[in-house]
Design a protein around this ligand. Sequence first.
Ligand SMILES: [Zn+2]
Length: 143
Amino acid sequence: MTSDGCPLCERDVAGALWANDRCFVIPAEIAGVGTICRVVWREHTREMSDLDPLARGVFMDVVFGVEAVLRDLARPAKMNVASLGNLVPHLHWHVVPRYLDDAYFPDAIWAPARRTAVERPLNGPVLRAALAAVLGNGAKTLL
Ligand SMILES: [Zn+2]
């Protein structure tokens, strides 16, 4: 893996909410929504179908673990899980709690805002602990 100025390769993974040797979880605060998470594959890989089935399974287990944690902590009306990745060479999934009164509902969070909304930030240490409880300590995978 070469960074070549890639913002995700150069990101300090020590600041991630959770990490293993294949992927890491970082939070983001989205205006009009609150805290979401991104699950980022560490290697430069263009498409999910470029991963072998075992790697895909490992990746998606983390994505759905994050979904379960956010669902439990945020109590949203709906969870959105999306992979776009048009701007960086890392596969990554956005795991987004949605609320009936968030700024964009029922559209995607990348759509124009429909309303002003109260944001629902999540407590970082609580989120980190919940991820560790569901995903484990980030020990090496078997890949
Ligand atoms: Zn990179």
